[in-house]
Design a protein around this ligand. Structure first.
Ligand code: ATP
Length: 284
């Protein structure tokens, strides 16, 4: 069972990765003009998280389509892993869900509601993003975790930190949640930063999660802890993950194989293997 997945990961790893995916998300918020609420947008109700991509196409410029005719229905609570070579369009597709960009053709709905009929605030407040490039303020650990939900109490922050496997770290720091991190404070390791992002997401408690798995190598123990925290975070939420880890691909309800802006295949691991397509070829 594992061997095919190892091969797939090995093949995928041979593709060079471009600029780390979700760093762009944050940059974008700062540099590109905000997509505005449309005149008839209303605050979204509490979403269940059923997401439908209907013949979605998109390009950053007119000459070069990056996504072509993507149709996919994700059930509420489902975990879908997106795999494929660098540049296939995985990051771009998931960036359309919080409406960082607008599709050129087709549409995306959540619980049947078109994205542009919801106010951006009400949409984005129901989507958690855990990326490999975590933005930390030069402030306390408390403030950095509470960024997930401003005004959270210490008890809530500590509970979220525990779920994100940060409890031991906080206990060992003499100043606990008051420890300064970021620019002029304690430097957190890559794995610890990711756990801060996970704690933020636990606090935010959104029905929809977008995960960009780290490609950087972590030691085994950290890797295991982060994987466990992410699995716990995904429970009961619709989770779209750009997957780089074998365990993530293995545990996903469905795998979407993307190539060259198109969705080549979608299905559970065993289904894709028995279909004998691209995924199966990569695995054989
Ligand atoms: P990776 O695994 O390397 O992140 P990916 O499958 O997520 O790849 P995307 O990052 O979505 O692929 O990139 C798809 C295409 O869109 C690539 O050709 C990329 O160069 C281009 N692209 C991505 N972001 C932008 C941007 N902000 N402006 C212009 N082109 C972009």
């Amino acid at each position: 069972f594992f061997r095919p997945l190892e091969k797939i990961a090995a093949v995928l790893e041979t593709y060079p990765r471009g600029i780390a995916g979700f760093r762009r998300y944050l940059e974008l918020l700062e540099t590109e003009p905000e997509i505005a609420d449309s005149a008839d947008a209303r605050p979204a109700p509490a979403l269940r998280g059923q997401i439908a991509f209907e013949q979605v196409s998109f390009g950053y410029d007119l000459e070069r389509p990056v996504l072509r005719d993507i149709s996919l229905e994700v059930q509420a609570g489902e975990t879908v892993a997106f795999v494929g070579p660098s540049g296939a369009g995985k990051t771009t597709l998931l960036a359309l869900v919080p409406r960082f960009y607008e599709p050129d053709g087709g549409r995306i709905t959540i619980d049947g509601l078109p994205l542009d009929k919801m106010t951006l605030d009400s949409l984005r407040s129901q989507i958690g993003i855990v990326s490999q490039d975590v933005f930390l303020f030069g402030s306390t650990l408390r403030d950095n975790i509470a960024y997930g939900r401003l005004g959270a109490s210490d008890d809530e922050i500590l509970a979220a930190a525990a779920k994100a496997q940060l409890a031991t770290l906080i206990e060992t720091l003499p100043e606990g949640l008051d420890t300064l991190v970021g620019e002029r404070g304690v430097m957190l390791s890559g794995g610890q930063k990711q756990r801060v992002a996970i704690a933020r997401a636990f606090l935010k408690n959104p029905p929809i999660l977008i995960l960009d798995e780290a490609t950087s190598a972590l030691d085994r123990e950290t890797e295991r802890e982060i994987q466990a925290a992410l699995e716990a975070l995904a429970v009961g939420r619709t989770t779209l993950v750009i997957a780089h880890r074998l365990t993530t691909i293995r545990n996903a309800d469905r795998i979407v194989v993307m190539e060259n802006g198109q969705m080549r295949e979608a299905g559970a691991h065993h289904e894709l293997i028995s279909q004998g397509g691209l995924y199966a070829r990569l695995a054989s």
